[in-house]
Ligand binder design. Structure first.
Ligand code: ATP
Ligand code: MG
Length: 366
């Protein structure tokens, strides 16, 4: 402010000196009858007050205003930088709380957004790390159990701790069964890690869903007969052409039918229903019998999850089938979920159809 005032005085002194020292200019100004110029003489501060003072006042006010705005901006920037340092020091849950106007508000919003996505990425990374550790723990546990039996029974044979040839054969049979169990776990695990990779190839071909399902149901008929279970295919379509990796989809349907046969306690029917709804095919595999407890339903698709009852009954299985199925369905752009009530335990799959290729017909239930 003081600098500005001194500058004002200096400008006025220089102006009045210039006018006094150049009579031509002075005459011209006098002739122009300008109120300010005509009375501008050595007494300039007083006689030019009506024009000079307001003019300088406005210019000074503008300069002061401009300086204040700049100062305020710098202060805000310093504040933002301090907040950034605070976040960078490890306070990732902190966000810049104040709201600003103009471009700086965009800067603050971008910083907060950046911190959000960085924190989300760190969380994802942690989650992946945690789930890898869990996977290793589960696999080690599930491999150790049959491996201990194999070593135990083969040890008995190695030490000659058996009375008869039959007993030795029994031990080898148990070791063989356990070894097969281990192979199935390793196969499942291999399949699971394969379908989880983002770049997993999906060999899409055009196929008829109805034909595929009927063929699969026929393959399970013998096994189902032995258990006194009837396998039915229900659909109102005569054919449903869609795109997909048949090998992978067969794996999904086989797991669902096998599960229904293995775990459907007291089941007498397995129904495979195929519907067309808009651009989707809805495939339901359901069985009657004892329902799945409500609290287990959400976890069925977690890898290695098995309902307590299945574990306690010692039905062989690794708990990876549904996790693999979910990944395969997702790879096809669809989704799968489970429902269970006193009548039916259903696994429902929604899969996108190949556009304009499904043919409607009315074949009724079969
Ligand atoms: P895998 O399929 O890898 O050989 P699994 O059959 O145990 O092993 P999932 O197919 O993932 O694994 O099934 C997980 C669990 O869900 C099963 O262990 C069982 O407890 C339960 N489950 C699945 N389907 C049914 C069903 N139809 N009725 C009752 N329980 C079921
Ligand atoms: Mg299974």
């Amino acid at each position: 402010m003081i600098l500005l005032l001194l500058l004002n005085v200096a400008i006025m002194v220089v102006l009045s000196q210039m006018l006094n020292n150049s009579p031509n200019l002075s005459d011209a100004i006098y002739r122009s009858k300008n109120i300010f110029a005509s009375s501008l003489d050595s007494d300039i501060f007083w006689s030019g007050r009506n024009f000079v003072f307001p003019f300088f006042f406005i210019v000074d006010a503008l300069i002061v205003f401009w300086r204040l705005i700049r100062r305020y901006r710098q202060m805000q920037l310093r504040h933002i930088i301090n907040e950034l340092h605070y976040i960078a020091d490890g306070n990732y849950n902190y966000r810049i709380p104040f709201e600003l106007r103009g471009d700086l508000s965009k800067v603050v919003a971008s910083i907060n957004g950046l911190v959000d996505s960085t924190v989300a990425a760190i969380e994802d990374e942690r989650e992946i790390e945690k789930s890898k550790d869990e996977l290793i723990t589960n696999v080690s546990h599930d491999i150790r159990t049959p491996l201990t039996s194999i070593i135990g029974y083969l040890g008995l044979i190695e030490d000659g701790q058996y009375q008869t040839q039959e007993e030795a054969l029994k031990y080898t049979h148990i070791a063989y069964t356990k070894a097969k169990q281990m192979k199935s776990l390793v196969d499942d695990l291999f399949e699971y890690t394969k379908v989880r990779q983002p770049s997993v190839p999906v060999n899409r071909v055009s196929f008829d869903m109805i034909q595929l399902v009927e063929q699969l149901a026929a393959e399970f008929e013998l096994e189902a007969d032995k258990k006194g279970v009837q396998v039915l295919v229900e659909t109102s379509e005569s054919s449903l052409i869609m795109d997909g990796d048949t090998e992978k989809l067969v794996r999904v349907f086989s797991n669902l039918i096998t599960n229904a046969l293995k775990y459907g306690t007291g089941a007498t029917q397995i129904v495979i229903k195929i519907e067309k709804a808009g651009t989707e095919a809805i495939l339901t595999v359901k069985n009657n019998g004892t329902p799945i407890p409500r609290e287990s339903l959400d976890q069925l698709f977690d890898r290695f999850y098995r309902v307590d009852e299945s574990r306690s009954q010692e039905i062989s299985g690794t708990g990876l089938g549904l996790a693999i199925s979910q990944n395969i369905v997702n790879l096809h752009g669809g989704y799968i979920y489970a429902q269970s009530n006193r009548q039916w335990t259903s696994f429902i799959i929604h899969l996108p159809l190949k556009a304009n290729t499904s043919k409607d017909s009315s074949a009724g239930s079969r």
